[in-house]
Design a protein. Structure first.
Length: 349
């Protein structure tokens, strides 16, 4: 299949909102209530450092739950965080409903304690019970709270539910207090792009329709079906040799006509095209004239076949080096000018 990558693009983004519509009885999709800064308070332990607050619908027998994400509770933590975690003691956690500040309601209290270099709830509750704090094995850096029935009902921007989440280390070191509201007081958004990379040498290939032992699950056609059927924009890099293979197959009776399918996606708006160097060679180790030809010919092929003028390039094998200095010994060519000279203003590394 195409290799998916949420890539860093230097001029290409697709905006995807993390917020969801709120219904009268609570959300029917996850709703991010708060994204908090991390690592900003000196001495604040990763296990006391709240990262995010999210409402998830129907996680507990139809009841919505509150997910509290932490910077780290010790699972797969990088070395610098592991050092901080080893020095941390128990952390008390509380969630309070402050909708009526003069009459606050404690929704839950609990403690996170170190167990074999990771932190877990001192006493996890039954997720089926309102007010219970619990954790999930597949989400080890978060604590969940099952919300009481009706707590989210009828909430509006003018009259929201207001929550206070507090972490208090028992050793007297810094803790944190985070406030959040439902519905949220702002929309949290992220910019991302789906980039699909396909490469193949010249010759016979089964990558378009799939292998004979799994035709319904191993071909590039499933990737196009997913984007077209769900109208999800995708950015497709089809290497020059793969374009050529697809053209040969179409001219020899393949009814799919992969290149024509992608061209129709460009016309319909669900496909954008990414260019590259024709043979997918490691460019810095090849002479400038060859690199320039390879980028030029693939840009021309992409524009001619798909009706799309590419401005973003896929760097073959993700190799981008200077011509001097370590680790660039033996590098023949600085490849930046090969891209800009053919209308490419951004690359994916």
């Amino acid at each position: 299949m195409f290799r998916y990558a949420l890539a860093l693009l230097l001029a290409l983004s697709l905006c995807a909102s993390l917020a969801a519509p709120v219904s009268a009885g609570g959300p029917d999709h996850p709703v991010v209530l708060k994204v908090d800064g991390v690592g900003e308070t000196p001495g604040l332990s990763p296990v006391a450092d709240l990262l995010s607050v999210t409402v998830l619908p129907g996680e507990s027998q139809g009841r919505p739950v509150l997910r509290l994400g932490f910077l780290s509770l010790g699972h797969a933590a990088p070395p610098d965080l592991k050092r901080s975690l080893r020095e941390a003691g128990p952390i008390d956690l509380s969630i309070v409903d402050l909708t009526r500040p003069y009459n606050p309601v404690t929704l839950a209290v609990g403690s996170l304690r170190p167990k074999a270099e990771v932190f877990a709830l001192d006493a996890a509750g039954d997720k089926r019970v309102a007010g219970a704090l619990w954790m999930r094995a597949d989400d080890p850096d978060a604590v969940y709270l099952t919300l009481p029935d009706g707590l989210l009902d009828g909430r509006t921007s003018a009259a929201p539910l207001r929550l206070e989440i507090r972490t208090v280390p028992r050793d007297g070191s810094a803790g944190e207090t985070v406030t959040a509201s439902y519905p949220p007081d702002k929309t949290y958004e992220a910019s991302c792009a789906f980039v699909l990379h396909g490469n193949q040498g010249l010759g016979y290939t089964d990558v378009f329709n799939g292998r004979s032992d799994d035709p319904a699950g191993s071909g590039f056609d499933e990737a196009l079906q997913a984007h077209e059927g769900n109208n999800v924009p995708g950015n497709f890099h089809v290497s020059g040799t793969l374009q050529t293979s697809a053209e040969w197959m179409a001219n020899n009776g393949d009814p799919m006509d992969f290149n024509a399918w992608l061209a129709s996606g460009v016309t319909a708006g669900w496909a954008g095209m990414v260019t590259s160097a024709y043979g997918q060679h490691i460019m810095p180790f090849v002479r400038n004239a060859m690199n320039d030809w390879a980028v030029q010919i693939q840009a021309q092929m992409t524009q001619t076949r798909y009706g799309y003028t590419p401005t973003v390039g896929w760097v073959p094998e993700r190799v981008w080096l200077n011509t001097t200095g370590y680790p660039s010994s033996g590098v023949s060519d600085w490849i930046g000018d090969n891209w800009t000279g053919h209308g490419v203003g951004a690359v994916i590394l």
